[in-house]
Design a protein around this ligand. Structure first.
Ligand SMILES: O=P(O)(O)OC[C@H]1O[C@H](O)[C@H](O)[C@@H](O)[C@@H]1O
Length: 269
Protein backbone atom coordinates (compact mmCIF):
# COMPACT_ATOMS: atom_id res chain seq x y z
CA UNK A 1 0.00 0.00 0.00
CA UNK A 2 1.44 3.38 -1.00
CA UNK A 3 -0.83 5.59 1.03
CA UNK A 4 -3.68 5.46 3.46
CA UNK A 5 -6.72 7.71 3.71
CA UNK A 6 -8.71 8.30 6.88
CA UNK A 7 -11.90 10.26 7.30
CA UNK A 8 -13.83 11.52 10.27
CA UNK A 9 -17.56 12.10 10.48
CA UNK A 10 -19.04 14.95 12.45
CA UNK A 11 -21.54 13.26 14.74
CA UNK A 12 -25.00 12.99 13.22
CA UNK A 13 -23.81 14.37 9.85
CA UNK A 14 -22.64 12.62 6.75
CA UNK A 15 -20.03 15.21 5.77
CA UNK A 16 -16.50 13.96 6.19
CA UNK A 17 -13.15 15.59 6.72
CA UNK A 18 -10.23 13.47 5.50
CA UNK A 19 -6.48 13.22 5.34
CA UNK A 20 -4.17 11.18 3.16
CA UNK A 21 -0.70 10.04 4.18
CA UNK A 22 1.98 8.36 2.06
CA UNK A 23 4.28 5.73 3.50
CA UNK A 24 6.94 7.43 1.40
CA UNK A 25 8.20 10.09 3.80
CA UNK A 26 5.43 9.47 6.36
CA UNK A 27 4.10 12.39 4.40
CA UNK A 28 0.60 13.86 4.74
CA UNK A 29 -0.32 15.04 1.24
CA UNK A 30 -3.94 16.01 1.68
CA UNK A 31 -6.18 17.39 4.42
CA UNK A 32 -9.75 18.23 3.47
CA UNK A 33 -12.41 19.84 5.60
CA UNK A 34 -16.01 18.63 5.66
CA UNK A 35 -16.84 20.89 2.70
CA UNK A 36 -14.30 18.96 0.64
CA UNK A 37 -11.91 21.94 0.52
CA UNK A 38 -8.21 21.09 0.37
CA UNK A 39 -6.26 22.85 3.12
CA UNK A 40 -2.73 21.83 2.13
CA UNK A 41 -0.79 22.72 -0.98
CA UNK A 42 0.67 19.74 -2.84
CA UNK A 43 2.32 20.54 -6.14
CA UNK A 44 0.84 19.18 -9.34
CA UNK A 45 4.45 18.36 -10.27
CA UNK A 46 5.19 16.51 -7.03
CA UNK A 47 6.91 13.14 -7.50
CA UNK A 48 5.74 10.50 -5.05
CA UNK A 49 8.84 8.31 -5.06
CA UNK A 50 12.56 8.44 -4.25
CA UNK A 51 14.98 10.04 -4.31
CA UNK A 52 13.33 13.42 -3.66
CA UNK A 53 10.74 14.32 -1.05
CA UNK A 54 7.15 14.94 -2.13
CA UNK A 55 6.74 18.66 -2.83
CA UNK A 56 3.97 20.04 -0.62
CA UNK A 57 1.81 18.61 2.14
CA UNK A 58 3.68 18.02 5.39
CA UNK A 59 7.24 16.74 4.92
CA UNK A 60 8.87 15.47 8.12
CA UNK A 61 12.36 16.92 8.56
CA UNK A 62 14.42 14.55 10.72
CA UNK A 63 17.08 14.12 12.09
CA UNK A 64 18.13 17.47 10.70
CA UNK A 65 16.27 20.61 9.79
CA UNK A 66 17.57 22.54 6.77
CA UNK A 67 21.34 22.63 6.51
CA UNK A 68 21.88 22.81 10.28
CA UNK A 69 24.26 19.81 10.19
CA UNK A 70 26.21 17.48 7.88
CA UNK A 71 23.29 15.45 6.54
CA UNK A 72 21.32 16.07 3.37
CA UNK A 73 18.97 19.09 3.45
CA UNK A 74 16.13 18.48 5.95
CA UNK A 75 17.47 15.02 6.88
CA UNK A 76 16.50 11.66 5.39
CA UNK A 77 13.14 10.81 7.01
CA UNK A 78 11.20 12.63 4.30
CA UNK A 79 12.59 10.35 1.62
CA UNK A 80 12.41 6.98 3.31
CA UNK A 81 9.58 4.46 3.29
CA UNK A 82 7.82 4.35 6.63
CA UNK A 83 5.67 1.40 7.77
CA UNK A 84 2.24 1.20 9.33
CA UNK A 85 2.85 0.82 13.06
CA UNK A 86 0.84 -2.29 14.02
CA UNK A 87 1.18 -1.83 17.74
CA UNK A 88 1.68 1.79 18.80
CA UNK A 89 2.11 2.42 22.52
CA UNK A 90 -1.06 3.83 24.06
CA UNK A 91 -1.92 7.52 23.95
CA UNK A 92 -3.29 9.50 26.85
CA UNK A 93 -6.12 10.99 24.78
CA UNK A 94 -9.24 9.10 23.72
CA UNK A 95 -9.50 8.18 20.05
CA UNK A 96 -13.07 6.92 19.85
CA UNK A 97 -14.49 9.79 17.79
CA UNK A 98 -11.30 10.37 15.79
CA UNK A 99 -9.72 8.97 12.65
CA UNK A 100 -6.04 8.20 12.86
CA UNK A 101 -3.04 6.52 11.27
CA UNK A 102 0.11 5.30 13.01
CA UNK A 103 3.40 5.12 11.14
CA UNK A 104 6.88 4.12 12.21
CA UNK A 105 10.38 4.69 10.86
CA UNK A 106 13.48 2.79 11.90
CA UNK A 107 16.95 3.37 10.45
CA UNK A 108 18.20 1.31 7.53
CA UNK A 109 21.78 0.02 7.44
CA UNK A 110 22.51 2.74 4.90
CA UNK A 111 21.14 5.48 7.20
CA UNK A 112 23.29 4.24 10.08
CA UNK A 113 26.41 4.89 7.98
CA UNK A 114 25.60 8.60 7.74
CA UNK A 115 23.88 8.97 11.15
CA UNK A 116 25.09 6.22 13.48
CA UNK A 117 22.12 5.99 15.83
CA UNK A 118 19.34 3.57 16.41
CA UNK A 119 15.85 4.96 17.00
CA UNK A 120 12.14 4.40 16.56
CA UNK A 121 10.21 7.35 15.20
CA UNK A 122 6.48 6.93 15.69
CA UNK A 123 4.13 9.33 13.97
CA UNK A 124 0.44 9.49 14.77
CA UNK A 125 -1.83 11.53 12.51
CA UNK A 126 -5.20 12.25 14.08
CA UNK A 127 -8.26 13.90 12.63
CA UNK A 128 -10.82 15.15 15.14
CA UNK A 129 -14.57 15.31 14.57
CA UNK A 130 -14.29 19.07 13.97
CA UNK A 131 -11.74 18.42 11.19
CA UNK A 132 -8.68 19.42 13.23
CA UNK A 133 -5.51 17.67 12.10
CA UNK A 134 -2.97 16.73 14.76
CA UNK A 135 0.48 15.22 14.26
CA UNK A 136 2.24 13.64 17.22
CA UNK A 137 5.86 12.52 16.95
CA UNK A 138 7.39 10.13 19.47
CA UNK A 139 11.07 9.44 19.02
CA UNK A 140 12.79 6.77 21.10
CA UNK A 141 16.51 6.25 21.42
CA UNK A 142 17.16 2.51 20.90
CA UNK A 143 20.96 2.70 20.82
CA UNK A 144 22.18 -0.60 22.28
CA UNK A 145 24.96 1.13 24.20
CA UNK A 146 22.57 3.73 25.63
CA UNK A 147 24.52 6.53 23.94
CA UNK A 148 22.58 9.79 23.63
CA UNK A 149 21.99 11.47 20.29
CA UNK A 150 20.82 14.91 19.28
CA UNK A 151 18.70 15.98 16.35
CA UNK A 152 16.63 18.78 14.90
CA UNK A 153 13.13 18.31 13.62
CA UNK A 154 10.33 20.09 11.77
CA UNK A 155 6.88 19.64 10.30
CA UNK A 156 7.46 21.50 7.07
CA UNK A 157 3.81 22.28 6.40
CA UNK A 158 2.66 23.81 3.11
CA UNK A 159 -0.66 25.55 3.77
CA UNK A 160 -2.88 26.34 0.85
CA UNK A 161 -3.91 29.99 0.69
CA UNK A 162 -5.68 32.11 -1.89
CA UNK A 163 -3.27 34.97 -2.42
CA UNK A 164 -0.13 35.27 -0.36
CA UNK A 165 -0.28 39.07 -0.46
CA UNK A 166 -3.65 38.82 1.35
CA UNK A 167 -2.25 36.63 4.13
CA UNK A 168 -1.32 37.76 7.65
CA UNK A 169 0.39 35.77 10.34
CA UNK A 170 -0.33 36.65 13.94
CA UNK A 171 1.68 35.52 16.96
CA UNK A 172 5.21 36.29 15.78
CA UNK A 173 5.20 40.04 16.39
CA UNK A 174 8.26 41.45 18.24
CA UNK A 175 10.03 38.06 18.27
CA UNK A 176 13.66 37.52 17.34
CA UNK A 177 14.33 35.65 14.12
CA UNK A 178 17.23 34.36 12.04
CA UNK A 179 16.99 35.45 8.43
CA UNK A 180 18.03 32.60 6.11
CA UNK A 181 18.24 35.10 3.25
CA UNK A 182 20.87 37.08 5.21
CA UNK A 183 23.27 34.36 6.37
CA UNK A 184 21.08 33.53 9.39
CA UNK A 185 21.67 36.99 10.85
CA UNK A 186 19.51 37.71 13.91
CA UNK A 187 16.87 40.48 13.83
CA UNK A 188 13.83 41.49 15.86
CA UNK A 189 10.42 41.52 14.19
CA UNK A 190 8.30 44.70 14.22
CA UNK A 191 5.12 44.97 16.24
CA UNK A 192 2.80 44.29 13.28
CA UNK A 193 1.43 40.99 12.02
CA UNK A 194 3.59 39.36 9.34
CA UNK A 195 2.62 40.09 5.73
CA UNK A 196 4.31 39.11 2.45
CA UNK A 197 5.76 41.35 -0.24
CA UNK A 198 8.75 39.31 -1.39
CA UNK A 199 10.62 36.06 -0.65
CA UNK A 200 10.62 35.17 3.06
CA UNK A 201 12.72 32.53 4.82
CA UNK A 202 12.87 33.27 8.54
CA UNK A 203 13.30 31.17 11.66
CA UNK A 204 11.39 32.73 14.57
CA UNK A 205 12.77 31.84 17.98
CA UNK A 206 10.84 30.87 21.11
CA UNK A 207 7.43 31.32 19.57
CA UNK A 208 4.10 31.12 21.42
CA UNK A 209 2.17 27.84 21.25
CA UNK A 210 -0.62 29.47 19.26
CA UNK A 211 0.00 31.11 15.89
CA UNK A 212 -2.66 32.10 13.35
CA UNK A 213 -2.55 32.34 9.57
CA UNK A 214 -5.34 34.60 8.35
CA UNK A 215 -6.39 34.31 4.73
CA UNK A 216 -8.62 37.30 4.04
CA UNK A 217 -9.64 36.34 0.55
CA UNK A 218 -10.74 32.84 1.52
CA UNK A 219 -12.09 34.12 4.84
CA UNK A 220 -10.24 31.25 6.50
CA UNK A 221 -7.94 31.16 9.51
CA UNK A 222 -5.55 28.35 10.30
CA UNK A 223 -4.88 28.21 14.02
CA UNK A 224 -1.64 26.36 14.72
CA UNK A 225 -1.11 24.93 18.16
CA UNK A 226 2.10 23.22 19.10
CA UNK A 227 3.71 21.65 22.06
CA UNK A 228 7.41 20.97 22.54
CA UNK A 229 8.44 22.80 19.36
CA UNK A 230 9.82 26.18 20.38
CA UNK A 231 10.64 27.71 17.02
CA UNK A 232 8.71 28.38 13.84
CA UNK A 233 9.72 29.02 10.26
CA UNK A 234 7.95 31.16 7.70
CA UNK A 235 8.88 30.52 4.11
CA UNK A 236 7.47 31.67 0.84
CA UNK A 237 9.77 31.38 -2.18
CA UNK A 238 8.07 34.11 -4.21
CA UNK A 239 8.23 34.08 -8.01
CA UNK A 240 11.93 33.89 -8.78
CA UNK A 241 12.82 31.11 -6.32
CA UNK A 242 9.60 29.23 -7.14
CA UNK A 243 10.59 29.05 -10.81
CA UNK A 244 13.94 27.54 -9.85
CA UNK A 245 12.26 24.68 -7.94
CA UNK A 246 11.30 22.29 -10.74
CA UNK A 247 8.73 20.24 -8.81
CA UNK A 248 6.90 23.27 -7.47
CA UNK A 249 5.01 23.55 -10.75
CA UNK A 250 3.60 26.84 -11.98
CA UNK A 251 3.36 28.17 -8.50
CA UNK A 252 3.37 31.91 -8.14
CA UNK A 253 3.34 34.07 -5.07
CA UNK A 254 -0.41 33.99 -5.03
CA UNK A 255 -0.90 30.25 -4.69
CA UNK A 256 0.74 29.04 -1.56
CA UNK A 257 2.02 30.04 1.81
CA UNK A 258 4.59 27.75 3.32
CA UNK A 259 4.93 27.30 6.98
CA UNK A 260 6.61 24.95 9.33
CA UNK A 261 7.48 24.41 12.95
CA UNK A 262 10.84 23.29 14.02
CA UNK A 263 13.12 22.51 16.81
CA UNK A 264 16.11 24.63 15.99
CA UNK A 265 18.06 23.76 19.11
CA UNK A 266 19.34 20.21 19.09
CA UNK A 267 17.24 17.97 21.24
CA UNK A 268 19.15 15.34 23.18
CA UNK A 269 17.70 11.85 23.65
O1 LIG B 1 13.47 22.37 -1.38
P1 LIG B 1 13.50 21.86 0.04
O2 LIG B 1 14.74 21.05 0.32
O3 LIG B 1 12.26 21.11 0.38
O4 LIG B 1 13.56 23.11 0.97
C1 LIG B 1 12.61 24.11 0.92
C2 LIG B 1 13.00 25.26 1.85
O5 LIG B 1 13.06 24.75 3.16
C3 LIG B 1 13.42 25.68 4.17
O6 LIG B 1 12.43 26.61 4.36
C4 LIG B 1 14.70 26.40 3.88
O7 LIG B 1 14.93 27.40 4.85
C5 LIG B 1 14.63 26.99 2.50
O8 LIG B 1 15.86 27.62 2.21
C6 LIG B 1 14.32 25.89 1.49
O9 LIG B 1 14.31 26.45 0.21
Amino acid sequence: MAWTRSCCERSGETRLSCFQVYLYGGHVTSWKNDLGEELLFTSSKAIFKPPKAIRGGIPICFPQFGNHGNLEQHGFARNRFWSIDPDPPPFATATLDKAFADLILRPSEEDIKSWPHSYEFRLRITLGPGGDLMLTSRIRNTNADGKAFSFTFAYHTYFSVSDISEVRIEGLETLDYLDNLKDKERFTEQGDAITFESEVDKVYLSTPNKIAILDHEKKRTFVLRKDGLPDAVVWNPWDKKAKAIADLGMMTTSICCVWKLLLLRNLLL
